[in-house]
Design a protein around this ligand. Structure first.
Ligand code: IFL
Length: 486
């Protein structure tokens, strides 16, 4: 869980002699060469060679993260303000949702991160942009899933941290426009695209992630507006797909929104299924809905029975035929590394730890995780890295859940590797090839970088006074819906 009681956390750190200066919650980083904590499930040989933390300890690392954020934000404002994403090598920009029509994606993604970091001038600058410019009356098709996790989630988290009513009214307007993708569907499984102005829907051929990654955004929208229609629509899409599970309690990832029929037989924990499972658990956590918990438990048991396997001493999740259980692939997407955090949140800390260990072996080999690997060999099958947050996300969750400094060290390695390979003239960029020396850069900074890594780093290295470490919730996009301390 992302909500280990602060007291418990401090007592764990204290027991390990890690609480540092009296009167502060800053932990002194353990020596990189110190043996891993007992019970961590790893051997000393598995611990990555971390960069030595600077003399100021974790506080200095957190301040460094804040400086990098501020510097990147200034570049974005100078070169691309209001455009969806900066191209940090060339200093240009590109739009994410609709060619030629900026939606301020980076602004919306960054707002809660800026606020948590107490970058109040930057937060005010972003908020002003939203007030002056953001408008969803756009005659174009938007991908429902991405618009939900990024834009709706970004507005809701910014509302949560600021209480600014304009943000909730924009969120409600957007939620109503997205809801049409659910209400027009004969099954309740949402269409992939909706025209935000006309409500025209398209692309009924969809997948699990784009079916079941709504309940937390739609749920808090329901809670904060008092209108249950958003929550109910998101839950119905879950129910329809859960009820069609195979006799092995597995779900194929490819589904048709109009017929509800599966379009393939492959079960995977990676994309495009991943956050379907995440949101079953998260929906239960946020709203206490025991149907969601039951569905999560049934499906996770099926996955652990049929997909989990140990290869070369490491835990991985195969792709299998959902109806026979036959293994069809041993490839693994980097995006699946978030599963380590989900498993731990869902109560299976041992599998969470083991799966993070597996990905740490990949990080050790390449420095930066490739987009895809074949897990028997750890060879890269897709050599880029789209500036991905999942490994750091899982490290943060595992750290909150266990208090184990191993995960802070791993996040620190991730941060240092990102600084050394992705930093460029106008910010941070994707990597085109992690296997070259030096790593070949692309020219693009995804919106989620502002909402995810920067926030995870800040929260894990710092003792963020605006964050409630006891009781909080961050969405799949890193948006905070619970736990802001105003
Ligand atoms: O949008 C991001 C989010 O974490 C997600 N999927 C992929 C992105 C990051 O890799 O759910």
């Amino acid at each position: 869980m992302r909500n280990l009681p602060r007291r418990t956390l401090l007592s764990l750190l204290g027991a390990a002699g890690l609480t540092g200066v009296t009167g502060t919650a800053w932990a002194t980083p353990p020596s990189p060469s110190a043996p891993p904590p007992e019970g961590s499930g790893v051997t000393a040989a598995d611990v990555p060679a971390v960069f030595a933390p600077p003399p100021g300890g974790w506080r200095a690392v957190a301040e460094d993260v804040r400086r990098e954020t501020q510097w990147s934000w200034r570049s974005y404002v100078d070169r691309a303000f209001g455009h969806d994403q900066i191209k940090p090598v060339s200093g240009g920009y590109e739009e994410f949702f609709v060619d030629g029509h900026p939606m301020g994606l980076t602004v919306v993604e960054a707002l809660d991160t800026l606020w948590l970091m107490e970058l109040d001038e930057e937060f005010a600058q972003g908020l002003k942009w939203v007030h002056d410019n953001l408008n969803f009356d756009v005659n174009a098709s938007f991908q429902v899933f991405e618009t939900n996790i990024r834009m709706l989630g970004g507005l809701l988290s910014a509302y949560h941290v600021s209480g600014d009513p304009k943000l909730l009214s924009l969120a409600r307007d957007l939620g109503d426009r997205l809801l049409v993708a659910f209400t027009k569907s004969p099954t309740g499984i949402p269409y992939r695209y909706v025209n935000l102005r006309t409500g025209a829907v398209s692309s009924p051929e969809t997948n699990l992630a784009e079916t079941g990654t709504y309940i937390t955004e739609f749920g808090v929208l329901s809670r904060w507006t008092g209108d249950p229609k958003y929550y109910n629509a998101a839950k119905k899409a879950f129910r329809v797909t859960f009820d069609k599970r195979s006799s092995l309690d597995l779900l194929p990832w490819d589904v048709h929104a109009e017929t509800g029929e599966w379009r393939n037989r492959t079960a995977t924990v990676g994309p495009p299924a991943d956050s379907y499972y995440e949101y079953l658990w998260d929906g239960y956590r946020l709203f206490g809905d025991t149907d969601l918990k039951r569905w999560y438990d049934v499906l996770i048991a099926g996955i652990n029975r049929r997909q989990a396997e140990t290869v070369n001493g490491r835990l991985w999740f195969a792709q299998v035929d959902a109806f026979t259980g036959r293994r069809t692939s041993r490839s693994q997407s980097e995006l699946a590394s978030f599963w380590a955090g989900l498993a731990a949140e869902g109560g299976d800390v041992a599998r969470g730890r083991a799966y993070h260990d597996s990905w740490t072996a990949v990080q050790d080999r390449y420095g930066v995780l490739p987009e895809g690997i074949s897990y028997p060999s750890l060879n890269a099958t897709s050599v880029g890295n789209q500036l991905r947050p999942e490994y750091a996300d899982a490290a943060f969750v595992l750290w909150l859940k266990t208090g184990d400094e191993l995960y802070r060290n791993r996040a620190y390695t991730h941060y240092q590797q990102m600084k050394s390979s992705s930093k460029t003239r106008y910010g941070y960029t994707i990597i085109a090839d992690v296997t070259t020396t030096p790593k070949r850069k692309g020219d693009f900074c995804p919106g989620y970088w502002w909402s995810e890594q920067l926030k995870y780093y800040w929260l894990i290295f710092g003792d963020a006074k605006r964050f409630d470490y006891r009781d909080n919730y961050l969405s799949t996009e890193g948006n905070i819906f619970r736990g802001a301390r105003r």
